[in-house]
Design a protein around this ligand. Structure first.
Ligand SMILES: [Zn+2]
Length: 306
C-alpha cells in the first residue's frame, strides 16, 4: 500500500473486480467520493464509507464518477438517497446517462444490472476542481470508455485513473469493428498520462502504485497487440464481460451458457462481427479461456469464479 505517499485528505478504499475502488477526498468544506462500485455491492459500499475512519457521521457532499460503467456508478443511487448529495459526471458521457442508453453504457447490452441515477453536475475536460483541499484537473481519457475522465493533482503528482491505466493493463477497449476510434484514443490517453508528472496512480481496480513508467510500458505493449488483432480484442472483451457476470451471479450453468451468449447483445454482436462462431462454440471458447487463465473453473456443471 502506498498510503504514506498520499496526503491525509486522500483516502483509498481498494475493492475488487466487480466494484471499482473508491477515493474519498476529505475536507471541512465537504467530503467527496470518486466512484461508487457495483449495484449489488451498494450496501457494502455504504457500510465501508460509514466506518469511523472514513466518513463516520459526516455526510458526503458530492459524488464524482470517472466514467459510467456499472462497476463505477452502481452505488450512485443508494449513496445519493443516503446523503442527498449531487452526482458530478463526465460531461462528454452525461447525455448517455440522460437518455439511459443501456447499450453505450454497457448495462443491458452486457447483461449488467444498474439502478438508474441522474447527472446533477457535468464535469468538462480541462476544468479544475477543489476536492479534499487539493486542486484536481479533469482530463479527457477516452479509449476504454470514450467519455471517461481522469483527475490529476499536480502538486502531489496523484492521478485518479479510473480504468484508463492499471498497474498491469487497463479496462478493455472495444474492437475497431464496434468502436473505430477506441484503440487510437486509448493510445493517446496513455501518451497524455505519460506527459503528466504522475508519481502515484490510484487505479479503478487494484492497489495504488508508484511505478507509473512501468505501468505505461506494459499498457502500451498490451494495447499494441490488441490494436493489431481485432479478433483477439473481441475475444478478450467478451472474456472480461463473462468474468464480470460470473463474479456477479457466482455460478453459471455450462449447459445454458450457449443460450446466454446468444441472448446477451454484446456477445451476439461481437461474435457476429468478428468471431463467426455458433453460440455453443463461443460459449466453449470463452469458458476455456477463463479456465486457462485460472479465473474460473467448472464445478458440477457450473462455471464458477476460481
Ligand atoms: Zn470501465
Amino acid at each position: 500500500m502506498t498510503g504514506t505517499r498520499l496526503p491525509a485528505s486522500v483516502q483509498v478504499i481498494v475493492r475488487d473486480w466487480l466494484s471499482a475502488n473508491h477515493v474519498v477526498l476529505k475536507s471541512a468544506e465537504g467530503h467527496v467520493l470518486v466512484d461508487t462500485g457495483y449495484v449489488s455491492h451498494a450496501p457494502l459500499t455504504a457500510a465501508l464509507l460509514a466506518e469511523p475512519h472514513v466518513l463516520g457521521d459526516v455526510p458526503l457532499a458530492l459524488i464524482v464518477n470517472t466514467h459510467g460503467h456499472s462497476d463505477h456508478v452502481g452505488g450512485n443511487a443508494t449513496l445519493q438517497r443516503r446523503y442527498g448529495c449531487p452526482i458530478a459526471f463526465p460531461a462528454a458521457e452525461a447525455p448517455l446517462v440522460d437518455a439511459w442508453d443501456e447499450r453505450a453504457l454497457l448495462y443491458g447490452y452486457a447483461d449488467q444490472t444498474m439502478e438508474r441515477f441522474g447527472v446533477d453536475l457535468r464535469i468538462a475536460a480541462g476544468t479544475r476542481h477543489r476536492w479534499g483541499d487539493l486542486e484536481w484537473d479533469a482530463l479527457a481519457a477516452p479509449g476504454h470508455d470514450m467519455g471517461a475522465l481522469v483527475f490529476f493533482n499536480a502538486a502531489h503528482g496523484i492521478l485518479i485513473a479510473g480504468d484508463a491505466l492499471w498497474a498491469d493493463g487497463f479496462g478493455f477497449v472495444m474492437p475497431r469493428a464496434i468502436e473505430p476510434n477506441g484503440m487510437d484514443a486509448a493510445a493517446a490517453t496513455l501518451d497524455l498520462i505519460g506527459s503528466l508528472d504522475a508519481r502515484v496512480v490510484i487505479p479503478g481496480h487494484g492497489e495504488p502504485f508508484v511505478d507509473v513508467a512501468g505501468a505505461l510500458a506494459r499498457a502500451r505493449s498490451r494495447l499494441a497487440s490488441f490494436a493489431a488483432d481485432d479478433v483477439r480484442t473481441a475475444r478478450h472483451a467478451l472474456k472480461v464481460i463473462l468474468m464480470f457476470h460470473l463474479l456477479d451471479v457466482r455460478a453459471e450453468p455450462v449447459a445454458t451458457l450457449p443460450a446466454y451468449v446468444a441472448r446477451v447483445p454484446m456477445y451476439a454482436e461481437l461474435n457476429a462481427a468478428l468471431l463467426g462462431l455458433s453460440p455453443t462454440a463461443l460459449a466453449e471458447l470463452l469458458a476455456a479461456d477463463l479456465v486457462r487463465a485460472q479465473a474460473a473453473r467448472v464445478d458440477n456443471g457450473m462455471l464458477v469464479p476460481a
